[in-house]
Design a protein around this ligand. Sequence first.
Ligand SMILES: N[C@H](CCC[C@H](N)C(=O)O)C(=O)O
Length: 285
Amino acid sequence: MNPLSHRPFVKMNGLGNEILVLDLRADPVEVPPAAARALARPSVLPFDQAMVLYPPRRADTAAFVRILNNDGSLSAACGNGTRCIAALEAERTGTPHVLFESEAGLLDCTVRPDGQVKVDMGAPRLGWRDIPLAHDVGDTASVLVPGFENLGPAVMVSMGNPHAIFFVPDADAMDVEGLGAALEHHPLFPERANISFASLTAPDRILLHVWERGAGRTRACGTAACATGVAAVRTGRTGRAVTVTLPGGPLEIEWRESDGHVLMTGPVEHEFAGTLTPAMLGEAA
Ligand SMILES: N[C@H](CCC[C@H](N)C(=O)O)C(=O)O
C-alpha cells in the first residue's frame, strides 16, 4: 500500500495560489514526484504547490518544509504556501509566532489578529551563480535574454528559487502563457525560472502577472512578489516598501534596509480537509 494513503491533508490558498498541505511530521515518508502529479490532477486535488512538513532539523523550528510544484519538481521556497502553513501551525499551537526551515533557510512567520500573515522570507540572492544563470551576465539587474531582447532587460533575483522579472508598460497585455512557457525553459536558466511581468501603477504599487516554474500561470506567487519588490528597488523604480497586486489580490512587500531581508504580508484561506486515498494517489484501491 502507498505509504501516503490515509494521510490527512488540508487544502488552502494564498490569494488564489492553490496550496496542498501534508503534515508528515508524525510519520515521515517521501512524496515522490509521481505522487504529487497524481494528486494535482484536475479531478483530484488540483494544486500549484504542495507544502510537506517534516520533523524539524533545529530545536527552535516547528518543521522542515519541502515544497513540490504540481509537475513534481521541488522548489526551495513558496511564499503563499508559507503563509498557509504558518496559519495552520499558529491555530494548532495557539501561538501567533512560527519558525519554519526550508532549503532556502529560516522562515520567521507572524499571524496577525486580523488573519494576515507576515513572513520574513530572508535575503534575496543576486549573484549569477545564486540565481542560478548559465553564465556570468554582468549586472543581473539588467539582462537581455537571447531571443527575447524585444521585452527589454530582465531583472534576475533568487528568493531561494529563480525569478526573471520583466518591467513592461502594461503587464495585463502580456502573453504570459506563451512567453512564460518559452522563457521558463530558456538555456540561460539551468534550473528553469519563474517568469514575471510587472508594471508600475503608482510610485509604490506594482501590477504583477506570473508564469511559475513547474506550475504554470498562477493567480499569485509570493516569492515572485518578493523578487519583484527587490527588482524594483535595484532598478530605481520604487522605494523599499511596495504593494504588489497579482490577479488573486495584493501582497505588502518590504525589502528591509536594516538586514536586507524581504518581508511579505498577505492573507490565507482555509478551504477543506480530508484524507488521501489510493485512488487519489493514482493507484487501485
Ligand atoms: N507560488 C509560490 C512559488 C513557488 C515557486 C515554484 N514555482 C518554483 O520556484 O519552482 C510562491 O507563492 O512563492
